[in-house]
Design a binder for this molecule. Structure first.
Ligand code: CS2
Ligand code: MG
Length: 401
């Protein structure tokens, strides 16, 4: 088999997605996700100008060699743009291989390790009452795990608490600015989870995303304060560029830690995994550079009792989610899968064979990862420039978003 063409599509059915489609001389095609929220066109240029020309004529069965060629062979490797581009190719190649084998992707990876994948969804509200009610509504629908974010008294809406992360998070197509106060947040958050436990009981998993905003010692304090409420995890407690910071957090709290949605390679996670500084690794098929490298991360994590919690927000396309589900179905050390749902129009453009029922995800049983991309429909939703928000402290200092 030979790769005859690679096409890149950018569409915006509710939000922007970058999709890769690989064609072969035997008529099989494969689909991959290469979406990088807020920097979509950089990935498109990387693919069209630099990767597509070196792929034509290659044997699509040689996934490993192609991955090494695109990663090692680039000299300037790593980084979110490069790795999202490589991921789009890698997912499409696995899709082709699984279709050629007539197997669902998870079967090709080694077969199912479980019957269903527990997922968590997002509950948010402008105050504690609203956020806890939103969590209750998800539990009524069958979710066994819920991430809860609430607005903070004295601050305008903050991350995850005003619905902005479920949509194109910008105004006039320029970045929106938000305000942040660490002291207000640290005072308020334990009360959110106390109220959540009082209202929702203990038979449900509660998660929380700090979104990189604390220092290690502040995160250690929050982790301790949240211990009585037995969280499933505290996510992205600090900006993880400084990985040694997790030693400090770990030494002070038994609240489980999750990190990694912005990681691009196994090297970003190596110290955190091998020193058992985290409990869940949040890397995801697209931003990790595809299925090929993410599978290695999963295996490394398994050696050190770290379980998966792949990033699954709706700014990764349903193709990425499908790959995560197939990986999770196989992974012996699966933990949980994030699932924030998609706008209806996105699910029409990307019709999938994965399903979500009562808080659990199931892969399709057809060959490949199972997601079909409708090119004609996609063309009706052209790209719209969009940015994630930026964040400032109350005195104007730029902070992590
Ligand atoms: C988040 C995302 O899902 C998560 O845990 O942190 O909402 C994240 O902010 C976006 O995916 C960024 O693109
Ligand atoms: Mg997150």
């Amino acid at each position: 088999m030979k790769i005859t063409d690679v096409k890149i599509f950018v569409c915006s059915p509710g939000r922007n997605f970058v999709t890769v489609k690989i064609h072969t001389d035997e008529g099989l095609t494969g689909i991959g996700d290469a979406t990088l929220n807020g920097r979509e066109k950089a990935v498109v240029a990387y693919l069209e100008d630099h990767l597509v020309p070196i792929l034509i004529g290659r044997d699509p069965a040689r996934i490993e060699d192609i991955w090494q060629y695109l990663y090692r062979g680039a000299y300037w490797r790593r980084g979110p743009v490069t790795m999202a581009a490589i991921a789009g190719i890698d997912m499409a190649l696995w899709d082709i291989k699984a279709k050629a084998a007539g197997m669902p992707l998870y079967d090709l990876l080694g077969g199912a390790s479980r019957d269903r994948l527990m997922c968590y969804s997002h509950a948010q509200g402008s105050d504690i009452g609203e956020a806890v009610d939103a969590a209750g509504a998800l539990i009524e629908k069958g979710y066994r795990a819920v991430r809860i974010q609430a607005g903070i008294p004295g601050l305008p809406p903050v991350y995850g608490a005003d619905g902005t992360t479920t949509n194109t998070a910008s105004e006039n197509n320029l970045p929106r600015e938000e305000l942040w106060s660490t002291s207000k947040y640290l005072r308020h958050t334990p009360g959110l989870f106390e109220a959540a436990r009082n209202a929702l009981g203990w038979d449900v998993e509660l998660l929380h995303d700090v979104h990189h905003r604390l220092t290690p010692i502040e995160a250690a304090r929050l982790g301790k304060d949240l211990e009585p409420f037995r969280l499933f995890w505290m996510e992205d407690a600090v900006a993880a560029e400084y990985q040694e910071g997790f030693r400090q957090i770990r030494a002070h709290t038994t609240t489980p830690l999750a990190v990694g949605e912005v990681f691009n390679t196994i090297w970003d996670a190596r110290l955190l995994i091998t020193e058992q500084l985290i409990d869940y690794i949040r890397m995801t098929s697209v931003h990790a550079g595809g299925i090929t490298p993410l599978r290695r991360v999963v295996d490394l994590a398994g050696v050190y009792n770290v379980r998966t919690g792949f990033h699954g927000a709706m700014d990764m396309s349903p193709v990425c989610l499908a790959c995560n589900i197939h990986l999770g179905y196989w992974a012996p050390n699966f933990g949980i899968q994030e699932y924030s749902g998609y706008p209806d129009e996105a699910l029409e453009v990307f019709s999938g064979t994965w399903t979500m029922r009562e808080g659990h995800l199931y892969p399709g049983q057809g060959p490949g990862h199972g997601v079909e991309f409708n090119e004609e429909l996609a063309a009706r939703y052209p790209y719209e420039r969009s940015y994630l928000p930026v964040n400032r402290l109350e005195d104007g200092t730029l902070w992590h978003w």
